[in-house]
Design a protein around this ligand. Structure first.
Ligand SMILES: [Fe+2]
Ligand SMILES: [Fe+2]
Length: 210
């Protein structure tokens, strides 16, 4: 772990928490007439709460991948983690933009979520090693995929803009899990997977409101 790595990690944290994220890929395409589909106040509130949860998930994704890249031992692995992290930056930008379109706000607890996820990512790679860290990516991305499927069921049927974003993110998360599998991930023990689910449940429940 070099000084450059530490500076990169600090820069990533500050950009995630305080800068306006920029996506390399445009917001998933939605036809103008679909964007205009009116949402009731109640639908808008629900979409806002769900997209805030997804935005928190993407804050955590930045933190996890940054922590894991920092503790990663194989130099060949770091570019793979960084490439996935760049796609997560698109997700962060898309969810932030959609939240603003819905006149809603990000979670007030984002610094806390970031710190917790960064510590988990760093611990997975420094304590577990690269293959365990990759197993952590696989399990995280699978849980996120299931979570996004749940949101596709919960989002208002006429909120096509949020749906397009969630669907596109889901496709990327599946690809991230495959990347980690191909790179040599080991399966995590059941209790660890259970703990990860519990942590995600706490985060999604709180972020729905705060
Ligand atoms: Fe993501
Ligand atoms: Fe991902």
């Amino acid at each position: 772990m070099t000084t450059d790595d530490l500076i990169h990690a600090a820069d990533s944290a500050l950009r995630t928490l305080f800068a306006t994220p920029r996506s390399a890929r445009p917001l998933p395409w939605v036809r103008a007439q679909d964007m205009a589909a009116p949402l009731t106040a109640e639908e808008k509130r629900l979409s806002g709460a769900l997209m805030r949860v997804n935005h928190v998930g993407e804050v955590c994704a930045q933190a996890l991948y940054t922590g894991q890249a920092l503790g990663c031992k194989d130099p060949a692995l770091r570019p793979l983690l960084n490439a996935a992290c760049r796609e997560e930056t698109d997700h962060l930008a898309w969810t932030a933009e959609r939240l603003a379109q819905l006149d809603d706000r990000p979670s007030l607890l984002n610094p806390l979520w970031y710190a917790g996820a960064f510590a988990m990512g760093l611990a997975a790679s420094t304590l577990g090693g690269d293959r365990v860290s990759l197993g952590f990516v696989v399990e995280t991305e699978r849980q996120v995929e299931a979570h996004l499927d749940g949101h596709l069921n919960q989002l208002p049927a006429n909120d096509l803009a949020s749906r397009a974003i969630v669907q596109h993110m889901k496709t990327d998360e599946v690809a991230h899990a495959r990347m980690a599998e191909r790179a040599g991930a080991v399966a995590l023990p059941l209790p660890v997977r259970g703990l990860m689910k519990l942590a995600a449940k706490v985060m999604t429940t709180v972020a729905h409101r705060v």
